[in-house]
Design a protein around this ligand. Structure first.
Ligand code: FPP
Length: 242
């Protein structure tokens, strides 16, 4: 079901996996495993609500600095989850896209990413952008490098199409779970006019009711895009894709 207050593009910082596990005296990776299940649930719930694009922060450029055990655990989990979950996501009409620096990723992870993207490329129900080895600053720099390499003038109009999320409109709603209220180098360019929703719920516990609360809050906002109250709500700003 879609109505006028349903966001087209929701982006999520899935924070709180480690704390979810620690509260249960479990290793942090157990929280990340639950996090994968929460992501599957969330993707399905987004699809059911008519949301067309879901973008999630799965591994940041800075996450390499975590203890080696957690980094390798996350890489293993990622490769395993890709192998295991892609058939169902494919059946659900989800198009998977991986956003971030590919250099530095293992051959196993790269293969999983390439296979998942190829298998789901034609799907139209929901675009699921998984930001992996991603940072908002990295994205701006790589886009600027491409503008420079093509000898173009450095303008917003030239930079936008070079950004890693140029295949989708900018996020309408950015959710961060886990109680922190910061952006942590996520979608710095694309969230310029997004609405933000912060939830205290730890990511593994984020369910449909929590998603609905965020959507409800979004529906009550007046998006002005720099205009004054009562002026047209539609953005006239260029996005990455148009
Ligand atoms: C932040 O919680 C979460 C992460 C750094 C990883 C998120 C990854 C997943 C949910 C798995 C994604 C997997 C696939 C296949 C896309 P945190 O560890 O910072 O939690 P804390 O703040 O409680 O320590």
């Amino acid at each position: 079901m879609t109505n006028k207050s349903t966001p087209t593009h929701v982006a999520i910082v899935m924070d709180g996996n480690g704390r979810w596990a620690s509260k249960r005296f479990l290793p942090r990776i157990a929280g990340h495993k639950q996090g994968v299940d929460a992501l599957k649930r969330c993707a399905r719930a987004c699809e059911a609500r008519g949301i067309k694009v879901l973008t999630v922060f799965a591994f940041s450029s800075e996450n390499w600095q975590r203890p080696q055990e957690e980094v390798s655990g996350l890489m293993d989990l990622f490769a395993l989850a890709l192998g295991r979950e892609v058939p169902q996501l494919n059946a659900d009409g989800v198009q998977l896209r991986f956003i971030g620096e590919r250099q530095g990723l293992s051959a196993r992870v790269l293969k999983g990413i390439e296979q998942a993207e190829a298998a789901t490329a034609a799907n139209q129900q929901l675009v699921l952008n998984v930001c992996f080895n991603y940072g908002g600053r990295w994205d701006i720099v790589q886009a600027a490098a491409r503008v420079a390499a093509q000898g173009l003038t450095m303008t917003e109009q030239n930079l936008g199409p070079m950004m890693a999320l140029a295949h989708v409109p900018d996020p309408d709603l950015v959710i961060r779970t886990g109680g922190e209220q910061r952006i942590s180098n996520f979608l710095l360019w694309q969230s310029a006019y997004s609405e933000f929703f912060f939830s205290d719920i730890l990511w593994p516990d984020f369910d449909e009711a929590a998603l609905d609360l965020a959507i409800q809050s979004y529906g009550q906002r007046e998006r002005r895009f720099g205009k004054i109250p009562g002026q047209s709500a539609a953005s006239t700003l260029p996005t990455g894709s148009d």
